[in-house]
Design a binder for this molecule. Structure first.
Ligand SMILES: Nc1ncnc2c1ncn2[C@@H]1O[C@H](COP(=O)(O)OP(=O)(O)OP(=O)(O)O)[C@@H](O)[C@H]1O
Length: 306
C-alpha cells in the first residue's frame, strides 16, 4: 500500500506540427509526429513519482502496445502499478493534438479504456484508498468511480484533493467529500459561476467553494501563480518567472508536486512554492510527461531561484 493514491486517466498523445489547421475536406502536410505519454491522471502520478512520493496509481489502459509500454514506463518512474488494469479488446485513451506554427493547438480526445474506470471497476482497489494518506483525482474518468473513491476516502480519513479538470459542474455530494480543490480560472468559473479576474472575484469563487464544505481552495492562475484560500482568508502565492515554451501538463505537474510537498509535511505555502518550481520547469519543455522534472532538477531550480 502507498501513502498517495492517484486515480485517473492515461492517454497516448498523438502530436503533429501543422502549418495551419486543415479546413473540412482539406489535406495538409504535417511534420514532427510524436506519440507522447499523457492523460491528467498519469501526468500527476508521474510528477509525484519523479519527486519521490510513495505512490500507487489506479487507472485503466488498453491491451495495445502503448498500454503495455506505459505500464512499464510507470514502473520505471517508481509508481506502484498494481491498480493499473489492462482492458481486453479496448485501446488506451488517446488525444489527437495538432500544434500550428503560430503556437495554437487543436485537440480531440477519446476516453477509450479510461471510460472503464467506473465505480464497479475500482471496487477491488478500495483498500488502497482506505490505507492512503492522500487521494488525488481529476475528471477525465467516469464520475461514479471518482465519487465512490472520494466517499471511501472521506470515511477513512484519507485527504481528498480534486483537480476539477476538464471543467464540468459537480454534484454537491462529491464536493462535500473534497478537502482541497485546485481549479484553474476557467474551471473555477464553471464550478461557481464567478468569472475569476482579480483578487475580489477569486475570493468570491473561493468562498462559494468553501460553502460546499471544501476547506482549502487553490485557484491556479497560470504564470501569475495561485490564489489560495483557507477559512475564507485568501492570498496570491506568485509563481516563478521563466521562458515558457509549452504549458502542456503545467497544472498536472503542479498538482503532483503539491501533494508530494504536503506528504513531506511542508507548510501549505512551502508546498505551493515547491509545486510552482516543478511546474515552472515543465513549461520550459515540450510535451506532457516528457516535460515533468525530477526531484534533483527541482532542488537545483529552487536553489538558483532562492
Ligand atoms: N507561463 C508560466 N510560467 C511559470 N509557471 C507557470 C506558467 N504557466 C503555468 N505555470 C505554473 O503551473 C501552474 C498551473 O498553471 P495553470 O493555472 O495554467 O494550470 P492549468 O490551466 O491546469 O494548466 P494546463 O491545463 O496547461 O496543464 C501555475 O500555478 C504555475 O505554478
Amino acid at each position: 500500500m502507498n501513502k498517495l493514491v492517484v486515480l485517473g486517466s492515461v492517454n497516448a498523445d498523438h502530436v503533429l506540427q501543422v502549418p495551419s489547421f486543415p479546413r473540412p475536406g482539406e489535406t495538409l502536410h504535417g511534420r514532427n509526429y510524436q506519440v507522447i505519454p499523457g492523460g491528467k491522471g498519469a501526468n500527476q502520478a508521474v510528477a509525484a513519482a519523479r519527486l519521490k512520493a510513495d505512490i500507487g496509481f489506479i487507472a485503466c489502459v488498453g491491451d495495445d502496445p502503448f498500454g503495455v509500454n506505459i505500464r512499464e514506463s510507470f514502473k520505471c518512474d517508481g509508481i506502484n502499478i498494481g491498480g493499473v488494469k489492462m482492458q481486453a479488446d479496448c485501446p488506451t485513451g488517446i488525444a489527437m493534438i495538432q500544434v500550428s506554427d503560430s503556437g495554437e493547438n487543436s485537440i480531440c480526445i477519446s476516453a477509450e479504456a479510461n471510460a472503464k474506470l467506473t465505480a464497479e471497476a475500482i471496487e477491488p482497489e478500495l483498500e488502497r484508498i482506505r490505507q492512503a494518506e492522500y487521494l488525488l483525482m481529476q475528471l477525465e474518468t467516469p464520475l461514479d468511480g471518482i465519487e465512490l473513491a472520494a466517499q471511501i476516502a472521506k470515511r477513512h480519513d484519507t485527504k481528498v484533493i480534486l483537480n476539477p479538470a476538464p471543467a464540468r459542474e459537480l454534484p454537491e455530494s462529491l464536493l462535500a467529500c473534497i478537502d482541497i480543490i485546485t481549479p484553474n480560472e476557467t474551471e473555477a468559473e464553471v464550478l461557481t459561476g464567478v468569472k475569476v479576474e482579480d483578487d475580489v472575484s477569486a475570493k468570491a469563487a473561493a468562498d462559494l467553494l468553501h460553502g460546499k464544505g471544501i476547506e482549502t481552495v487553490m485557484i491556479t492562475l497560470g504564470a501569475k501563480g495561485v490564489y489560495v484560500s483557507q477559512n475564507g482568508e485568501g492570498q496570491i502565492v506568485p509563481g516563478f518567472r521563466v521562458e515558457a515554451t509549452d504549458t502542456t501538463a503545467a497544472g498536472d505537474t503542479f498538482n503532483g508536486a503539491f501533494v508530494t510537498g504536503l506528504m513531506e509535511s511542508m507548510p501549505l505555502k512551502s508546498a505551493i512554492k515547491f509545486a510552482h518550481a516543478a511546474a515552472a520547469i515543465s513549461v520550459t519543455r515540450f510535451g506532457a510527461q516528457t516535460s515533468i522534472p525530477t526531484r534533483d532538477e527541482v532542488n537545483v531550480f529552487l536553489k538558483e531561484h532562492a
